[in-house]
Design a protein around this ligand. Sequence first.
Ligand code: SF4
Ligand code: SF4
Length: 372
Amino acid sequence: MYIHLFLTDSCNLSCAYCRGKIFDTPELERDSITIDADIPVEVTYDLCDLYTFLSRDPDVVVTFIGGEPTMRSDLIVRIMEDLPDTRFMIQTNGLLLHRLPSSIVNRFETILISIDGDEEMTDAGRGAGTYRRVMTNIQHVLAGGYAGEIIARMTVHEPVDILHAVQYLSQNQDYSFSSIHWQIDANFWNDYQIRKFRTWVGASYLPGVRSLIHDWVSRMEQDGTVEKWYPFIDPVEDMLLNRPSRLRCGSGFANYTVLTNGKISPCPIMVGMADYYLGSIGDADILNLPDIPVTGHCSVCEIRELCGGRCLYSAIMEPWPPEGRDLVCATVRELFSELSDVLPRIKALMNAGTITLADFAHEKYNGCEIIP
Ligand code: SF4
Ligand code: SF4
């Protein structure tokens, strides 16, 4: 089981597509959803209860999240020292990674670092100086001996040129990420009416994704490199195996979140959605947590087994009106259409022995939402 551990709600940034939106986006209210507004900012449960809960699953993978989890570097160190045999990952903005000792950092199997492209693009969304501090800290952890996976975790929205951003992150003089994931900031907030989403999707995002897919396959053809670009590699592995997919982030069946009060939710974003709490660490069995399927419009979608549903939270809350939601789904359809088109090129490379199925292997449910 994959468990996201919410260490704190505090964050040292106020990104344009996250906390920065709180004051200029109308609140999303749904009469049918009970919101628990009393989630503590910091962890209030007894860590022994957490350890007992986790201990039932010898294969558990724990991912620290927040807020910004490194603001509780003390808790990270304590939990990792108390659980020397557990697998750990972290989702961080990277600004405080230097506060963690190398002995701790080097135990992370994966570090997901939020970054949105080049310096200008990252600082525009995350604040001046962010890009430089992130890159400095990546060099710091590498100098400390870190050899695990570092994933660039991008949030993309209207100003972002996805083609430039991904190509830049994959090849630049500061640090070239071999693992990149992005998710579109779409259908998460009550902001459709104030966005220029349709124009951006048609003029920039979709042409960029098409070019990126061809770039991805061209790199395979040139030297057999299969870049870990998660929106491509995870679906294509399934397409090669003819394997249907459930929700690709794993929320609600393979991936659950422990909140600061010890309650368990299906997904890190569903903090406070009390109707969807699945018990707490004191009484739940990690190996028998309830299954929360994606329902609604996804149930009748003809590409459901390819897409998997994109987002459980969005399917429940429906932050955007149907026209906005359909636009997002159109990007998903286009993604799969383009990936299907390049599948013969990929299969030809496999037949020639240039690449193998193993080149598409990756850790499932590692915090990448997969479908942008
Ligand atoms: S394309 Fe849209 S409707 Fe279809 S499964 Fe994905 S999110 Fe659901
Ligand atoms: S894609 Fe949706 S359901 Fe999955 S982790 Fe993100 S917000 Fe949660």
